[in-house]
Design a binder for this molecule. Structure first.
Ligand SMILES: NC(=O)c1ccc[n+]([C@@H]2O[C@H](COP(=O)([O-])OP(=O)(O)OC[C@H]3O[C@@H](n4cnc5c(N)ncnc54)[C@H](O)[C@@H]3O)[C@@H](O)[C@H]2O)c1
Length: 471
């Protein structure tokens, strides 16, 4: 995948105008008449369900939200809280799916909400209601009774308060990554989802990447045998963005001053957790973590930030490269890394190793025992025909044209709408949101205590063991 530069200040606008410019793609773009024809949602096939469903839940876990289907929604009435770069980009993807109606938008910056509202009306939809009266105006938005699903794309510290409030108001929630900052917050999400019977999905788009779904298919077909180890990362040079005086630069540098650990664990960890069947037959047990020294932000600031800037009062704590090792209850291991301040090519590693073979991404390569040519990597093309995921086979071409992160953003939105319209269980749930976010605070604690092991809570309260292992 090309550099998945998140938060590119031009990304939302670029992807929208590119979409609008696609000629001949009657299903997506505004046709010459100006009439917008969104993408119809195809019926999911039984194979998709086998692939992506959380398995059925045994009776002991009935109060849990594992495998709980959405009630059927003919139309998914969507609200967005946070219409910055990511909020508008994902709004554009949702608007390309049939059966979505955007009813309300909230942002503390009225111009950003207005830009998002224009995206909605440009597609021929009714203007959504806007809530731009300060940081708690989202609470008024949540009082509306014409919202089924609230997508939250605000700065990290707002994710949990807004997700909890949305569930309490009876709405399903899709929250951006990471879902939570602390273990207590992870529990708040779990407890609220269970108490309200509303889903809380962390919108981990990387789970829907082409390679990730292909590998998931291979894992579930047994191509790699028994899985024993996986590796995942978020390695992405964000130095320029972190020092900007707009967008993420306003808030995303602050955790580098107060924390030392893995600040953004979920993009790499989400997909490999699905390979390993985490919370569905296995779960994270404990983590040990260590950080390299901090050099990156200090050195970049000296070279790029004008003398006299208040940014020189900042002292960065977070080591440049954080490496964590997670042990699972089934004894498997995951190596997880985070580095957003080094000049390195983009990499989520996305590696899995089993008794019959292995996969490693960036670039994508595969080795299955007995492959011609001996013990060396083979191009991913050798397995595409057999294992391409049906979601990509069916709407992949369109997803690539829409463009968000190579198409995975569209697949994520399409699949979310499909699950809600058909009354399916979502592909991941609040337990995944909590588990995939937890290495953030646990890595901080481990680093602070000389890499001591930190136990993961069992967010499923035992239900993980009663579900089928998919790994
Ligand atoms: N999944 C991905 O690939 C991906 C990519 C980029 C960003 N993200 C995530 O998306 C989220 C938003 O990132 P972004 O790049 O859009 O940042 P951004 O700064 O561009 O947008 C955040 C928006 O939230 C608004 N906001 C702040 N407080 C608010 C409040 N109380 N109520 C309503 N609106 C409020 C801001 O005005 C801004 O418009 C972050 O959690 C980030 O980690 C995910």
């Amino acid at each position: 995948m090309s550099a998945d530069r998140e938060g590119d200040s031009k990304a939302a606008e670029r992807s929208v105008s590119r979409r609008e410019a696609i000629a001949g793609l009657g299903a997506v773009a505004a046709a010459a008449s100006g009439v917008f024809r969104p993408v119809p949602v195809l019926a999911s096939t039984p194979e998709w369900r086998a692939d992506l469903f959380a398995p059925p839940v045994p009776s002991l876990t009935q109060s849990r939200m594992l495998g709980v289907p959405f009630n059927k929604h003919e139309t998914v009435r969507l609200a967005v809280i946070g219409t910055g770069l990511r909020g508008r980009s994902v709004l554009g993807e949702f608007l390309a799916v049939e059966g979505v109606r955007v009813t309300a938008l909230a942002d503390i910056v009225p111009e950003k909400a207005a830009r998002a509202a224009k995206m909605v009306t440009d597609k021929g939809h009714k203007a959504p209601a806007l809530f731009t009266n300060g940081e708690r105006d989202f609470e008024r938005l949540l009082q509306r009774d014409d919202i089924d699903f609230v997508y939250i794309a605000t700065p990290w510290e707002w994710h949990v308060p807004q997700a909890v409030a949305a569930m309490r108001a009876g709405k399903h929630v899709g929250v951006e990554v990471p879902a939570a900052f602390t273990i207590e917050e992870c529990w708040q999400l779990v407890d609220t989802s269970e108490a309200t019977r509303r889903h809380c999905l962390m919108m981990e788009n990387c789970c829907y990447g082409y390679n990730e779904l292909l590998v998931l298919n291979m894992v579930r077909a047994g191509a790699f045998g028994q899985l024993k180890h996986a590796e995942a990362a978020y390695i992405h040079d964000l130095r320029r963005l972190l020092f900007e005086d707009k967008d993420e630069g306003i808030w995303r540098r602050a955790p580098h001053l107060s924390r030392d650990g893995n600040l953004y664990p979920t993009h790499g960890l989400g997909p490999v957790s699905q390979y390993l069947g985490i919370n569905r037959g296995d779960r994270f047990d404990y983590v040990v973590s260590m950080s390299s020294p901090e050099f990156g932000l200090t050195e970049y600031r000296a070279a790029h930030v004008p003398a006299g800037s208040p940014k020189y009062n900042e002292r960065y704590r977070c080591g440049d490269l954080n490496t964590s090792l997670i042990k699972t209850q089934q004894g498997r291991t995951i190596m997880l890394q985070h580095d957003v301040v080094s000049p390195r090519p983009y990499d989520r590693i996305n590696m899995v190793s089993g008794t019959k073979g292995a996969f490693r991404d960036y670039p994508a390569r595969v080795y299955l025992e007995g492959m011609a040519g001996g013990e060396r990597w083979n191009a991913i093309d050798t397995v595409k025909a057999q294992y391409e995921h049906p979601l990509w086979t069916n709407v992949g071409e369109l997803a690539r044209k829409l463009g968000g992160h190579g198409g995975m953003d569209f697949i994520m939105c399409y699949r979310t709408v499909q699950c809600m319209r058909e009354g399916l269980a979502p592909d991941f749930d609040v337990y995944d949101a909590a588990s995939w976010s937890a290495p953030g605070p646990l890595s901080d604690a481990s680093v602070a205590q000389g890499s001591a092991p930190m136990r993961f809570p069992d967010f499923t309260r035992g239900a993980w063991a009663g579900t089928t292992s998919t790994g």
